[in-house]
Design a protein around this ligand. Structure first.
Ligand code: CP3
Length: 349
């Protein structure tokens, strides 16, 4: 059962690898015409996510088409609110929408703690993807961080400010903790199930970290991410990606995780100093891929040089934008795979 390419796992564990491994957030998605063809077979996004055969198929596509060093299971972070009792819709060109939101103590009490069996379709998709990958590259499982899931549950949709969710933190701190605890327990069950179903590595996405103050982030977000990391207890490598939470990097270095994901606003040298015990992942601006080939190459080389040859997984600083050209994405991946650090001896892989 040995993986043929385990560069990402070794980099996550802090080892120096022959070359820099790379994968891309949102690689299983709309930038690929092959994805859109499979997507067209289903009525809507949720039906697609709940179809393990199709989900496994688009999970593997970027490995074949882009040559990335890992697959990420095709799903969404919002499967957790649904499993807890809050169904969502994905509205075309708009984003997620929840008919029912959380407003009161009774609403929170009515929510279920999700068990991995409640998300059987994700477990089935993981098993099928794992089979289909034939151990070529690791398979990444994921969940949303409790704060980000909380934000969608209260707000009921995306938002620029998440002011309803933040209002809830200020006006109902105890209820906030009750809800965050329930989301955390659900996420732990879910991630443990993903490991059993074949996930080789996990990522926790805290997409809305940046709307909180450092103090709130510590109290309402990191506390719960920390509980998840403790429960996983290094059974597989864990990456924590907290978008825009530059202020939290030092505290994040104390988490029981292997890798910290950086967005493009975070200075690389400063992040190395703050998280010297961790592998770092990131952090190219997804908009770099709109530039010409020469600019992509120059900027990617700068990034690779700044991160250095070890404890590093190349990625973007957030997910790929849907209108990115596939060829530019492939170019970015190839530049990373071909890069040789000055003074390093070339080892063919
Ligand atoms: O990374 C991957 O390729 C794996 C699949 C994946 C999806 N969503 C598929 C998806 C992952 C890891 C996610 C995570 C996710 N989902 C996050 C965290 C990461 C981030 O981007 O900050 C968040 C906040 C969501 C919630 C979500 N899902 C939103 C806000 C939207 C609508 C906006 C958008 O980006 O399209 C989605 C829809 C979604 N999730 C799509 C895909 C491929 C597009 C649906 C389609 O096919 O039309």
């Amino acid at each position: 059962m040995d993986l043929k390419n385990d560069l990402i796992l070794r980099a996550a564990k802090g080892e120096t690898t022959e070359r820099t491994p790379v994968w891309l957030m949102r690689q299983a998605g709309r930038i690929l015409p092959e994805y859109r063809a499979v997507r067209a077979k289903t009525k809507n996004f949720i039906e697609f996510v709940k179809n393990p055969e199709l989900a496994a198929e688009v999970t593997i596509q970027p490995v074949d088409i882009l040559g990335v060093d890992a697959a990420i299971i095709f799903s969404d972070i919002l499967v957790i609110p649904e499993a807890m009792g809050l169904p969502y819709q994905m509205i075309e060109a708009k984003g997620p929408w929840f008919e029912k939101t959380i407003q009161t103590k009774a609403d929170i009490e009515q929510l279920l703690v999700a068990q991995s069996g409640d998300l059987q379709y994700v477990m089935d998709a993981l098993r099928l993807a794992k089979q289909g990958l034939h151990n070529r590259v690791p398979l990444i499982g994921f969940c949303g961080a409790p704060w980000t899931i909380f934000a969608y549950m209260i707000e009921g949709s995306g938002s620029k400010t998440f002011s309803k969710a933040k209002k809830f933190l200020y006006t109902h701190p105890e209820l906030s903790h009750l809800l965050l605890e329930k989301i955390t327990q659900s996420s732990i069950n879910y991630l443990k199930g993903q490991i059993e179903a074949g996930a080789d590595m996990l990522q926790i996405f805290d997409s809305w970290a940046g709307v909180l103050s450092p103090q709130q982030y510590s109290e309402f977000a990191l506390k719960y991410i920390s509980k998840i990391c403790d429960a996983i207890d290094f059974r597989v490598p864990v990456t924590v990606f907290a978008k825009d939470a530059f202020f939290a990097r030092k505290e994040m270095s104390t988490l029981k995780c292997n890798t910290i994901g950086l967005d493009w606003t975070m200075n690389i040298e400063e992040s190395r100093a703050l998280c010297s015990n961790k592998t770092l992942q990131g952090n190219a601006d997804p908009c770099l891929l709109y530039a010409d080939a020469a600019t992509i190459k120059t900027e990617t080389h700068k990034m690779l040089k700044a991160f250095g040859p070890s404890k590093y997984i190349a990625n973007l600083g957030h997910g790929l934008y849907p209108d990115t050209e596939k060829d530019k994405v492939k170019l970015f991946v190839d530049i990373i795979k071909e890069y040789q650090h000055a003074g390093a001896t070339k080892i063919l892989t």
